[in-house]
Design a protein. Structure first.
Length: 145
């Protein structure tokens, strides 16, 4: 049995650390705003085991003149559970949350190798690739709602 549930920020570290910060201290998994009341963390559970996560922040980006924006961070699925539709289900949950809260834009920084995944979900690149030190090449991506 699989399901998506709201989780606390500390619970995300079980997936954030090995997928997004491998070999780095768990403290590197803390994101600014993780514990704000406006931040939502979703966890995908497979047979009671947390295998995928995504965090949603109410944060605007000056590249867009919308006042109702959200930023996605920490999207991750454990290696052995990737390519099974879990990331897609998590992102559909994010889109649903955004629409329910009348948001106009979802934006985030995607790792270069994840860009095709997000493009299949109707997200678009904005600008050119850039480096996040210690993490890798990224693109800004967005989707208007």
């Amino acid at each position: 049995m699989s399901k998506i549930k709201t989780i606390d920020s500390e619970s995300t570290f079980i997936v954030r650390n090995p997928v997004l910060r491998p070999g780095l201290p768990v403290e590197t998994c803390r994101f600014e705003g993780d514990n704000l009341p406006t931040t939502t963390h979703f966890g995908y559970f497979h047979e009671e085991m947390l295998v995928g996560i995504v965090s949603v922040f109410e944060k605007s980006n000056a590249n867009w003149q919308f006042d109702k924006q959200i930023q996605v961070r920490g999207m991750a699925v454990l290696d052995e559970f990737q390519k099974k539709g879990i990331g897609e289900k998590l992102m559909h949950n994010v889109i649903k949350l955004a629409k329910e809260n009348q948001k106009k834009l979802i934006w985030f920084y995607a790792r270069k190798n994840a860009v095709p995944f997000y493009e299949r979900l109707n997200f678009h690149k904005r600008g050119t690739a850039f480096e996040i030190e210690g993490v890798g090449t990224h693109y800004m991506m967005y989707r208007l709602l």
